[in-house]
Design a protein around this ligand. Structure first.
Ligand code: GYE
Length: 319
């Protein structure tokens, strides 16, 4: 262990001696999988951002399993990478493997989801949106939209135990709890996927008088909202008018649904989490700059009027 530490220190000293050296950095990225359009965009954008900076990015797909992420981190440590990026599928259970990375002097950066660890020094920074705020933005939109009328909401939650699902749920429910006319009548995980979102929505529709008791869907991501839209249509109702749809991510497909009048609002989530993390890593390696513990991305609200321009913008960016 001591030997490894000395080696890591020597390597970082060489790297810190000039910014040119940073061009030869190798980063291991433990990605969650490909559950959503947003996730696929994040993976694609990460490759582009690494290439722009001359960084070698090794991506390992965990297929939604934390145990695979832990194995990937150990393998990156064994390969002696310069840094490890993790998009942590769930919030807890990271302490031991992050201790191992720390023992080897390898800095860890979190992308798009957070973790809870006793010792914050186990990671350098987390690049994420303020996910409580995202839920709150969605809730606020619904309050304004229904303007005092009674509204029963069904909620499609993200992956169980994921920080983003916990935070978005909290932000939304704390916000709609401030008014009496909006009630969350059912809530269940749709695992951030279209197919599960559709399946859970079908069961909500059955349980709520063939959907007639449902006023709005709050989905923790656009993909589950798209699954829900399908289920609503199959039940003979009109998504976007009979049942309002609000979700999070701002992926191209939700803007397409907005243009057909089938979705009402989405909260932005940039898929470029790797860019800010790579900048922080390079500043750390070049100048020893310690980044802030959180690098927070934007959470703007987009409505049908924005759909066309958003779609064009995403196309230009290659998402
Ligand atoms: O919103 C969702 C996904 O962790 C921020 O994970 C991410 C979420 C995103 O697959 O679509």
């Amino acid at each position: 262990m001591l030997k490894k530490l000395t080696l890591a220190t020597a390597v970082s000293t060489i790297l810190m001696s000039g910014s040119l050296m940073a061009a030869s950095l190798t980063v291991g990225f433990s990605q969650i999988g490909s559950e959503s359009g947003w996730r696929a965009a994040e993976t694609a954008v990460s490759k582009v951002e690494a290439e722009k900076r001359g960084v070698t990015l090794k991506i390992s797909d965990a297929q939604q399993k934390q145990e695979n992420q832990i194995k990937a981190v150990r393998s990156f440590i064994a390969q002696g990478v310069d840094a490890i990026f993790i998009a942590p599928v769930v919030q807890t259970g990271w302490g031991p493997v992050l201790e191992e990375a720390k023992d080897y002097g390898i800095p860890v950066f979190l992308l798009d989801r957070g973790i809870t660890v006793e010792d914050d020094s186990l990671y350098m920074t987390a690049v994420t949106a303020d996910n409580v705020l995202e839920g709150a933005v969605a809730g606020k939109w619904l309050i304004d939209k229904v303007a005092g009328k009674p509204c029963n909401v069904v909620e499609l939650q993200g992956t169980v135990g994921a920080s983003v699902a916990i935070d978005r749920k909290k932000g939304f429910s704390d916000t709609v709890d401030t008014v009496d006319n909006i009630q969350i009548v059912r809530t269940q995980s749709g695992e951030f996927t279209r197919s599960k979102g559709k399946e859970v929505m079908e069961s909500f529709i059955k349980a709520e008088n063939n959907g007639k008791n449902i006023c709005a869907v709050f989905a923790h991501n656009d993909d589950m909202a798209i699954g829900a839209i399908q289920a609503i249509k199959e039940a003979g109702l009109k998504p976007g008018s009979d049942i309002l749809i609000v979700s999070i991510d701002a992926v191209p497909d939700i803007f397409k649904a907005m243009m057909s009048g089938e979705a009402n609002a989405t909260v932005e989530l940039t898929p470029n989490m790797a860019g800010p993390a790579l900048d922080a890593l390079m500043a750390y390696k070049d100048k020893g700059t310690i980044p802030p513990k959180k690098i927070v991305t934007e959470s703007n609200l987009y409505l049908p009027a924005d759909a066309k321009s958003q779609l064009e913008m995403k196309k230009d960016l290659g998402y």
